[in-house]
Design a protein around this ligand. Structure first.
Ligand SMILES: *[C@@H]1O[C@H](CO)[C@@H](O)[C@H](O)[C@H]1NC(C)=O
Ligand SMILES: *[C@@H]1O[C@H](CO)[C@@H](O)[C@H](O)[C@H]1NC(C)=O
Ligand SMILES: *[C@@H]1O[C@H](CO)[C@@H](O)[C@H](O)[C@H]1NC(C)=O
Length: 351
């Protein structure tokens, strides 16, 4: 027979667990579609930001929590974590402002307070605190380890959320007789998510390498040392533990495709500096040649509306030129490629 007191304890614990898991389950059901949409927007932004980089955010890099042994801890990993947690926070915050959740609305905690000369807080600020809390709950929960990699991922998740907060924009409305604007009320709005992506790409370029003593185990002491080391870095900065591999080269073990076969951009009116250098970066500096390929595009054009009701179009043909990285041919090519690889290494060391 079970002793009454033990039975009571047992019941209390079971009941508490039921409540806890149902609260968690409810939260899960309410937010999971937004969390998934947010993670997806992070991935899309990653692909946009790295479209003309040697590493171009391949699917393989985006599996945040599987196969520990295959996971890297370089600056690209840092970016993936930051943009994902930023995406989740951003989407939840936007959902909240659109009234998608019952338990969340504008952040009006500062309304009525003086903000600065001539303005005070008012209106409907996007509730980033809400998005931040839920993002933490979902994204950080994927880090179950207590090692340096887990600490790195959590740090970069946080940097992603700081990026959303840091790029928010103040929007104001004028008050006063016939718009004289003697006083203003202002609130904080989310920027376009692109702004967050641009901001984090800058942080990526300036990511900081964390040097931990080798052989740090999983003891309480080394966990403390890890926490202390990471807390000495600003939570706004991306951090990494390892150097990146050479993304020029194919490496099947690491799941890297290399840059052979990649398209790059050469001529075009609206190319920025980074895009204009893409052939050099993806092909030339990787010891590959640039190959020009012409393709014919057929599209509808000169469409005319005929009364009534048909649209007739002509077929227009346009030749477009595209550029791709290809292997250099012959012995001469091989020697050239060795030379340019060396040059590239020297260049990279200088910066
Ligand atoms: C939140 O927004 C995303 C993208 O706009 C959408 O896919 C998702 O369904 C929304 N979530 C809810 C609960 O409305
Ligand atoms: C692939 O990367 C691993 C780990 O950095 C390295 O040991 C190996 O030599 C690389 N393989 C090739 C073919 O470059
Ligand atoms: C190419 O490089 C090899 C060794 O790296 C060298 O022996 C050979 O002379 C070079 N060929 C040319 C044409 O420079």
């Amino acid at each position: 027979m079970i002793e009454p007191i033990k039975f009571l304890v047992y019941c209390t614990i079971t009941y508490a667990m039921m409540i806890y898991s149902s609260v968690f389950l409810q939260a899960y059901l309410i937010y999971s579609s937004s969390v998934a949409a947010g993670a997806q927007s992070g991935i899309e932004e990653c692909k946009y930001q790295f479209a003309w980089d040697r590493w171009n955010c391949p699917e393989r890099a985006l599996q945040l929590s599987t196969h520990r042994s295959l996971r890297s801890a370089n600056r690209e990993t840092a970016f993936v974590h930051a943009i994902s947690s930023a995406g989740v926070m951003y989407t939840l915050t936007r959902n909240c402002s659109l009234g998608d959740f019952d338990n969340c609305g504008c952040d009006d905690t500062r309304n009525g307070q003086r903000g600065g000369t001539g303005w005070q807080w008012g209106g409907c600020s996007d509730n980033v605190g809400f998005g931040e809390a839920i993002s933490k709950q979902f994204v950080d929960a994927l880090e179950t380890g207590q090692d340096a990699r887990a600490a790195m991922n959590l740090h970069n998740n946080e940097a992603g959320r700081k990026a959303v907060k840091g790029t928010m924009q103040k929007t104001c409305k004028c008050h006063g007789v016939s718009g004289s604007c003697t006083t203003q009320t202002c609130w904080l709005q989310l920027p376009e998510f692109r702004e967050v992506g641009n901001y984090l790409k800058e942080k990526y370029h300036r990511a900081l390498k964390v040097d931990l003593l080798r052989g740090a185990g999983n003891s309480a002491a080394s966990r403390g040392a890890i926490a202390e080391t990471f807390s000495s870095f600003s939570r706004k900065e991306l951090v990494h533990l390892e150097d990146s591999p050479d993304y020029c080269l194919e490496n099947r073990t690491l799941g890297l495709p290399g840059t052979e076969g990649r398209e790059c951009l050469k001529k075009g009116k609206n190319l920025n500096k980074w895009e204009k250098r893409s052939c050099k970066r993806l092909c030339g500096e990787c010891g590959l040649a640039v190959e020009e390929r012409k393709a014919e595009l057929v599209s509808s054009c000169n469409c005319k509306f005929h009364w009534c009701c048909a649209v007739k179009c002509e077929q227009c043909r346009k030749t477009v030129t595209k550029y791709f990285c290809v292997k250099k041919g012959g012995q001469r090519g091989k020697n050239e490629s060795a030379g340019s690889r060396k040059k590239n290494l020297r260049l990279r060391k200088k910066h």
